[in-house]
Design a protein around this ligand. Sequence first.
Ligand SMILES: NC(=O)c1ccc[n+]([C@@H]2O[C@H](COP(=O)([O-])OP(=O)(O)OC[C@H]3O[C@@H](n4cnc5c(N)ncnc54)[C@H](OP(=O)(O)O)[C@@H]3O)[C@@H](O)[C@H]2O)c1
Length: 313
Amino acid sequence: MRKRPLGKTTLQVSELALGTWGLSGDGYGPVSELEVDRVIDRALAVGIDLFDTADVYGRGEMERRLGKRLKGAGATFVVTKIGTDLEGLPPTKRFDPAYLRTAFERSQERLARDVVDVVLLHNPTVAAMQAKEPLAYLKELKQAGKIRAFGVSAGSADVARSALRDEVDVIELAYNAFLPGDLHEVAGDVSESGAGVLARSVLAHGLLAGQWSADREFFPDDHRMHRWTRDELRTRLGQLDALRPFVSGAVVSLRSVALRFVLANRLISSAVLGPRSVAQLDQLVREAGMPPYLRDTALAELAGRLNQVGIEG
Ligand SMILES: NC(=O)c1ccc[n+]([C@@H]2O[C@H](COP(=O)([O-])OP(=O)(O)OC[C@H]3O[C@@H](n4cnc5c(N)ncnc54)[C@H](OP(=O)(O)O)[C@@H]3O)[C@@H](O)[C@H]2O)c1
C-alpha cells in the first residue's frame, strides 16, 4: 500500500482509506456486525492505515468498532467528524464550542484514543463557517495535544474554500469522475494552503462501478432511493460511456477508471473507499492498481469526453 503525506500535517497515510458510513447501516441499508469487523480487519491486512468515520455513523457504533478493532493493530490513523446533535428531534447541526467539546469527548472515548488523529467539522454550511469559534476550538484541541490535525468535511466548493482560507490542515470532499468540479474550483487554494485532501464518494455512491441497470431498485432506507429520479439515473448511466474507452490493459473495469481518476490527482492525500463487504474492498484495492494511475494524456482526453456528456470539470 503506497503512502502519501496528509498535506501539511506530519502524517503519512495510506492512499486508500476505509470509510465507514456504508458499514454503519445508515445510508445504504444493513451490514452484519461480523462483516463490519471482517472489512476493518481486511483493510488492516492490505495495509490501509487511515480510517474515516463520524460520531453519527451508527449513532457512534462505527467509532466504537474502530476503537476495538484498531487496538493493538499497529500505527493507524482515524479521521472523525463532529457537529450533528442527534439528541434533538429532528437532529440539528451544532458547531458551538460547548457542544463540540461534549461531542469530541464522546468520540475520543468511543475511539479509545488519547490522541485523535484528525477531527473535522461535519458538513457545516457557508453561514456556519462564518463563525470563527468552531475552528478556533479545534485549533485549541490541537494545541493541547488532544488531536493531531483538524479541518472540515465540506459539502460544496464554497465551504471548502472558506475552510482553506481559515488554514485548516485537512479538508474532505466528494471527488469523482462525475463530480470533479468542487475540487478543481478550490485547487489553487489547496495548493496555496498545503492542506491535505481526503476524496470521498469516489464511485459516486456506486454508480461509477457501472454495474447497474436503469431499473435498479434501492431499498427504502438507502439514500440512493431519493438521490436520482428514474430519468436522472438513466442519464447518469448513459454518461458512463465517457469512461468506457479507458477500460483497457491493466485498467480492467469502470470501477478501475473511477479509482484511478481520483488517485491520479496529486492534490489527493487519500481516496476514502466505501466498501460494504470484504469482496468489495478486495476489488477496490486490486483495481486501484498502481502509478501511473492514468497518464496526463488520458486524463485530458477523459476530461474532454466528460465535457461532451455534460460533466464539467
Ligand atoms: N459528509 C461526509 O463527510 C461524507 C459523506 C459521504 C461519505 N463520507 C465518507 O466516505 C466514505 C465513502 O463514501 P460513499 O459511500 O459516498 O462512497 P462510494 O465509494 O462513492 O460509494 C459506496 C457504495 O459503492 C458501492 N460499492 C462499493 N464498493 C464496490 C465495489 N467494489 N463494486 C461495486 N460497487 C461498490 C456500494 O454500494 P452497493 O454495493 O450497495 O451498490 C457502496 O455503498 C463513507 O463511508 C464515509 O466514510 C463522508
